[in-house]
Design a protein around this ligand. Structure first.
Ligand code: SRM
Ligand code: SF4
Length: 564
């Protein structure tokens, strides 16, 4: 007897293409929440119900319902937006959300703290800026990410355009989004509506596509369900290497779940890209696990059936043969900060936004500063998968004006912060993330202060170490690709992981399990002392951790073992 489908499958099938009873839930004045089923469907529209976890206990004692609020995520392929759109989001954050913008590890905006009564107005305002939120979350293809830094050449620009084309090509076709948020005409008979790619049950789980341009792996291309590696030969974009089956999510103490790196299966020229992506998604739609959501990502479909099976299945659906992969090399996976010039003579300035939180804090008035820049900037803005922002396409004559605003608003940490601080990535975690077991974004500043002091003590202040911290094992800041990573277990307790490389091509492994903050600092002290004394010339911290046998990273396409 086959295992029954998960409850989520029922919700999707009964939803009439993502409508459910969301409209009724929103209209219910008795609660700030929506129904459980509608909450599951709302994700496909780009929003999650949350509650302020800092207030949970107090409100429980006062016999009040939790402080329900909604997070909204924009769909922004390649992370590109105009200054006008930036200004619109800045205003929306003040009008409807908690007054901050959050740049995510998939290079888009999240708003937090929107209350139910204002959800529709917020969605309408976002759409008025010509940005939508459809498929930003849910069991569909999510925001397609692309190398953002630097935008150097015509071939690079073309590669980034493919992120938008892919996103559009794989969008759900349901009219539910327009009906609910934009007062679109209601379809009289939703049974006649057709979802050509997704069908009535959508995908078994989320699906993620990322496009990298070597030598920069700033998007962590091997962590994507479908990773695309742009091949630029003689300054022309000739196509993409195709990598499948990457993913980060895991569950503590459940070895059946693990992070995995994607495998390269071939090469396609640009004109075959959309068809290839469509069929890869379709194979996962047809064979992904619909019973166990913890086992439903493409990485498990491939691991269960084998990479050869996957290639054969895909090939049987394509009208052409996948070509052999071409040579591509990655050397770097953080952002390249500061000013860089593109081939067309314009300049791009990559700014450092700690943990992606666009807010005014003390002298660092990031939100006001980016607003002031957007008010005068004639190019565009690009968010990166390391939660930063690029002021792109600045004319040489306009650089001084941008520099003056950067200095005035304290946006200059890209030039002054240590490499450790500039490369650090933290997920949102508490207080909004319902899955957080420990702090991440809010712990990062204190952790960095301590780690920097230790690096200074050991003469390593300039070491470019990739540090990532997440509040739980789901992997939102892609912690399994950090040279040092902390993965939350409980309040104040983390697994310390070591051993990834600096180009996103090797996973790390657990070095110490479930340790408290004081132990983390003590461990880092010892580790940095050894690194300073024993490292070889130009040896990165992750490579050192492996050579010194502090950890044994997992082999590719092998179950990750969490042992030191
Ligand atoms: Fe994530 C769930 C935040 C990138 C793997 N992620 C969540 C939720 C929505 C919690 C929830 O389901 O209730 C978090 C909302 C927190 C909040 O309060 O805002 C959340 N994820 C984020 C963001 C905002 C982290 C950040 O600080 O930037 C990133 C938003 C990306 C975007 O714009 O689309 C974010 N999440 C990722 C990534 C990184 C990536 O995609 O490059 C991953 C790992 C890659 C992957 O998917 O394998 C990731 N998020 C997860 C998972 C685990 C999925 C799995 O296969 O096990 C969950 C939990 C789930 O889906 O059940 C999750
Ligand atoms: Fe929340 Fe965990 Fe993702 Fe952090 S890694 S945002 S704690 S789900």
């Amino acid at each position: 007897m086959s295992t029954p489908a998960s409850d989520m499958e029922r919700v999707k099938l009964e939803s009439r293409h993502l409508r459910g009873t969301i409209a009724q839930s929103l209209a219910n004045p008795l609660t700030g929440a929506i129904s459980e089923d509608d909450n599951k469907l709302l994700k496909f529209h780009g929003s999650y119900q949350q509650d302020d976890r800092d207030l949970r206990e107090e409100r429980r004692l006062q016999k009040l319902e939790p402080d329900y609020q909604f997070m909204i995520r924009a769909r922004l392929p390649g992370g590109v937006l105009t200054p006008t759109q930036w200004l619109a989001f800045d205003t929306i954050a003040d009008t409807y959300a908690n007054g901050t913008l959050r740049i995510t590890t998939r290079q888009t905006f999240q708003l937090h703290g929107v209350i139910k009564q204002q959800l529709k107005a917020t969605m309408t305002a976002i759409n008025a800026s010509l940005i939508d939120t459809l498929a930003a979350c849910g069991d569909v293809n999510r925001n397609v990410v692309a190398s953002a830094n630097p935008v150097q050449s015509q071939a690079h620009a073309e590669a980034v355009d493919w992120a938008t084309k892919l996103s559009e090509h794989l969008m759900p076709r349901t009219g539910a989004y327009h009906e609910l948020w934009l007062d679109g005409e209601k379809l009289a008979d939703t049974a006649t509506e057709h979802e050509p790619l997704y069908g009535d049950a959508y995908l078994p789980r989320k699906f993620k596509i990322g496009l990298a341009i070597p030598p920069d792996n700033d998007i962590d291309v091997f962590s994507q369900d479908l990773g695309l590696i742009a091949i630029i030969e003689d300054r022309q974009l000739t196509g993409f290497n195709v990598a499948v089956g990457g993913g980060m999510g895991a569950t503590h103490n459940d070895p059946a779940t693990y992070p995995q790196l994607a495998d390269v299966i071939g090469f396609v020229p640009p004109e075959q890209l959309l068809e290839t992506a469509w069929h890869i998604v379709a194979v996962q739609r047809d064979f992904g696990d619909r019973a166990n959501r913890k086992h439903a990502r493409l990485k498990y479909t491939i691991d269960d059936r084998g990479l050869d099976w996957f290639k054969t299945e895909l090939q049987s659906r394509l009208g052409f043969t996948l070509a052999p992969a071409r040579d591509a090399r990655f050397t770097h996976n953080g952002d390249r900060y500061g000013w860089m010039q593109g081939e067309n003579g314009t300049w791009h300035l990559t700014l450092h936004i700690p943990a992606g939180r666009v807010a005014d804090v003390g002298k660092r008035r990031l939100k006001s500063g980016l607003r002031a820049i957007a008010e005068v900037h004639a190019g565009d803005l690009r968010m990166t998968c390391n939660q930063n922002v690029i002021i792109a396409g600045v004319a040489p004559a306009d650089r001084d004006a941008i520099d003056a605003l950067v200095a005035e608003y304290g946006l200059d940490s890209y030039a002054t912060a240590t490499p450790l601080r500039r490369h650090a990535v933290a997920c949102v975690a508490l207080p909004t993330c319902g899955m957080a077991m420990a702090e991440a974004e809010r712990y990062l500043p204190a952790l960095l202060d301590q780690a920097e002091a230790l690096l200074g003590k050991h003469g390593l202040a300039d070491a470019p170490i990739l540090l990532r911290i997440s509040g739980c094992p789901n992997g939102c800041p892609r912690p399994y690709l950090g040279e040092i990573a902390l993965v939350g277990r409980a309040l104040g307790r983390y697994d310390l992981r070591l051993g990834a490389d600096f180009s996103g091509q090797r996973l790390n492994a657990v070095y110490r399990e479930n340790i408290d903050e004081a132990t983390i600092v003590a461990e880092l002290d010892t580790l940095f002392a050894r690194y300073a004394a024993e490292r070889q010339a130009n040896e990165g911290f992750g490579d050192f951790s492996v050579r010194a046998q502090l950890v044994t990273p997992p082999a590719r396409r092998a179950v990750l073992e969490t042992t030191s």
